[in-house]
Design a protein around this ligand. Sequence first.
Ligand code: ADP
Length: 275
Amino acid sequence: QQLAEPSAAEKPERPVADAKAPPLVQYEQVTKRYGELEVIKGIDLTLQPGEKLALIGPSGSGKTTLGRMLATLEKPTSGRILVEGESLWEMRMPSGKTVPANDRHLRRLRGNIGMVFQHFNLFPHMSVIDNVTLAPRSVLGLSKEEAHERAVTMLGKVGLDSKLSEFPSRLSGGQKQRVAIARALVMQPKVMVFDEVTSALDPELVGEVLAVMKEIARDSDMAMMLITHEMDFARDIADRVVFGAEGRIVEQGTPADIFGQPRSERLRSFLSRFG
Ligand code: ADP
């Protein structure tokens, strides 16, 4: 069964990504191998500044690996990933020669990229506010006051400014994930990878996290790479949907194309599982 495109009235108003701007992110012929297993088989993919891209596909198709490579948590086996035209893993010298990236280069580019994980990854021994102020203080070098102010603003955005001194163990899964989102947002990245952020949650907690993400998508000019199994959510907020299977991009297009007129048998069969 095909999912209907929401009417213009249902779709939140926000500026559309500028298709003519130079890409914020470019994957060029990227492959990734774990031992004998090639999990990414030559991917070309771009993200424009502010673009909301949903990545869908069967489990094991390489979506998380693609996101983790952008967040520099995994290194491509071959190919390049460019952020604002600069390769993550290589530096161009004044002579024009390319050499492997040093820590400083990687840190500088990494500052543009945020990631939110399926399992939150909060620091359990730290309060909510300390979880969110840690990186602004240690990585951005903000003062205690500045970091606190920014963190409180972000925790307000995710509806948790009343939980500043709570510890993660006393929060619900949905609240933990909202703290993790605030912790990533506080670094003000240009692109954020959301890796199946609702799939570890009890069903009744999924909605509150999706609502927060919809609001962020509507209000912010940050680009988003949304790895998700929530098809209605992808259809609602994505500018573009990419369907991958077995390490390759099979089909991509607008939500109307992908959900309304899937071309490949593979995508049709994948979507039929979401009825
Ligand atoms: P998806 O997010 O689409 O479910 P993943 O990117 O998580 O897919 O995984 C793609 C494939 O890579 C899977 O077969 C998975 O088992 C394998 N894989 C992922 N990470 C590793 C790793 N660190 N070592 C070995 N195999 C891995």
